[in-house]
Ligand binder design. Structure first.
Ligand code: UDP
Ligand code: MG
Length: 309
């Protein structure tokens, strides 16, 4: 007998809670055959709709259904962390409640685990049904990350992932407050099998991410897994020094050969504006890292639970 923990973050998903359960249970025969016991942990991320009530209903029907309910919305990262922390399974799988992570893939995922992988991860090969602007910037983000981070962050990777207890413990040992799970998975390593599938559109309701939220999230990802932006200031500074040096030589030579009627006011203003612009930009980058460090140093809890079932 082995225990599988299914972690399901939910934020205002009353329509999907039961739907997800039904869909997951379609694998019952498979679980029985493989002697896998289930533990389903819904994480209510401070929902303001009937999500909690829906989970309670399920809990009454099926004692394998558990819940951790947050005191407010802490975000999906916090929800995933809470799920891992409250799981007991020998295997743990993380899934969205909106059925964009099809439970039907589980048997195939387990077959890879039997081949000795520590983790089976999924990635979407298409972004069908997603707004083109969002896809475009997502692609840019992943190609940037590839260049500036040594941690592997895979394009199109979902958080849908089956892991061994050993890997879960490794993830939990990363006690950072600014969590970027896509990076953390890569950072802890282990033997990972990648499974690809076509994008599935969400069952009910709407996505909780807008462009701005995703943009901020991508900044979290960059600051959490790369320090390359911090080097930018030095590189740009060096470049400016070099440029200034060349100009000084040029101006001295010109003065000696042609004499110098006073001119160049406009170009001077442009140079000052540009140089100070670059400085502010670099100070801004420093500020980003400082802010993250500040939050980290406070050692606040990642989430606060209001209720547990
Ligand atoms: N989610 C969450 N907290 C949030 C936002 C989202 O727990 O603050 C959950 C949500 O209920 C869903 C999953 O995270 O189960 C993925 O969210 P969504 O489907 O909105 O994102 P998308 O699939 O569009 O990236
Ligand atoms: Mg979704």
């Amino acid at each position: 007998m082995s225990l599988l923990s299914v972690i399901v973050p939910c934020y205002n998903e009353e329509e999907n809670v039961a739907l997800f359960y039904t869909e997951l249970m379609k694998n019952s025969a498979f679980f029985d055959e493989k002697n896998i016991e289930l533990e389903i942990i819904y994480i209510d991320d401070g929902s303001v709709d009937g999500t909690v009530a829906e989970v309670k209903k399920l809990h009454e029907q099926d004692e394998r259904v558990h819940m951790v309910s947050f005191s407010r919305n802490f975000g999906k990262e916090a929800a995933m962390y809470a799920g891992l922390e409250n799981s007991h399974g020998d295997y743990v799988v993380m899934m969205d409640v909106d059925l964009q992570d099809p439970p039907g893939l589980l048997p195939e995922m387990f077959s890879y685990m039997e081949q000795g992988y520590d983790s089976v991860a999924t990635r979407r090969v298409s972004r069908k049904g997603e707004p083109p602007v969002r896809s475009f910037f997502a692609r840019r983000f992943y190609s940037l990350m590839k260049k500036i981070s040594r941690t592997e962050i895979v394009d199109g990777a979902r958080d849908y992932r089956l892991m061994t207890r050993q890997m879960v413990d490794a993830i939990l040992s990363m006690q950072e407050y600014n969590r970027f799970t896509k990076g953390i998975f890569g950072w802890v390593g282990f033997r990972t099998k990648w499974m690809e599938y076509e994008n599935v559109e969400r069952a009910k309701g709407e996505t909780k991410w807008n462009f701005w939220k995703l943009f901020l999230y991508s900044l979290d990802g960059i600051t959490a897994f790369s320090t390359v932006p911090l080097m930018l200031a030095s590189v740009v500074g060096l470049f400016f020094c070099f440029f200034a040096f060349v100009m000084i030589v040029f101006i001295i030579v010109r003065k000696l050969i042609f004499g110098d009627p006073v001119s160049g006011w406009a170009s001077l203003v442009c140079i000052i504006l540009m140089a100070s612009g670059v400085q502010y930009f670099c100070v801004g980058i420093l500020g980003q890292y400082l802010a993250k460090t500040y939050m980290e140093v406070k050692r606040r809890p990642v989430y606060i639970a209001r209720e547990k079932l």
